[in-house]
Design a protein around this ligand. Structure first.
Ligand SMILES: CNc1ncnc2c1ncn2[C@@H]1O[C@H](COP(=O)(O)OP(=O)(O)OP(=O)(O)O)[C@@H](O)[C@H]1O
Length: 161
């Protein structure tokens, strides 16, 4: 828990977010439906009861774009909060450059490789431009973002470890 942040959180949702790398490219998916639709993002979703973070991340990667990876590493932990919403999203960020398969479009996501010099931050969650460069630089990080709606960040903290 970060100091100085007044919280009225009553519950946590545990989520995964997977960024696959290949040389100087990263794989993003256009979210086609549900939460964050219309944005490029990593692959992920809610951790199901009885699953580990790693199992959930592998499952979501396979479900959303048909890639398999046994080498996912957790590199970041971000808490997302939406003003007025008592649910805190505890998001575990994992990455790997070792995977099997070819990315394939699913009902949920349309995958596409992007050069790390050409990441579509203007069509991504607003926080991504702060933490994704850290992941790309190979750093580990922890963060907190307070959103007001989906298009405004009121406050954030980010630190590398
Ligand atoms: C607020 N700022 C944010 N910035 C960057 N990424 C964000 C995010 N907020 C949520 N995310 C990610 O978006 C995915 C949603 O997943 P989401 O579709 O809700 O999960 P899941 O597929 O389990 O849902 P269903 O059960 O199918 O509804 C999940 O990876 C989650 O980490």
């Amino acid at each position: 828990m970060y100091s100085g942040v007044v919280r009225s959180t009553t519950s946590r949702k545990v989520l995964t977010l997977v960024i696959i790398r290949k040389g100087s490219d990263i794989l993003l998916g256009m979210k086609k439906r549900g939460f964050g639709a219309g944005k490029w993002n990593g692959f992920g979703g809610k951790v199901e009861p009885g699953e580990t973070i790693l199992e959930a991340a592998k499952r979501e990667l396979q479900e959303e774009c048909h890639l398999r990876s046994d080498s996912l590493r957790e590199v970041g932990l971000i808490e997302f909060e939406f003003k007025g919403d008592p649910v805190l999203e505890e998001t575990h960020v994992l990455t790997s450059d070792v995977f099997e398969g070819e990315p394939k479009e699913t009902e949920e996501m349309r995958p596409q490789w992007f050069s790390i010099d050409n990441i579509p931050y203007h069509q991504m969650w607003l926080g991504d431009k702060y933490w994704l460069p850290l992941l790309i630089q190979g750093e580990q990080f922890k963060g907190y973002f307070l959103f007001e709606g989906e298009e405004k960040i009121l406050n954030y903290e980010l630190k590398t470890s």
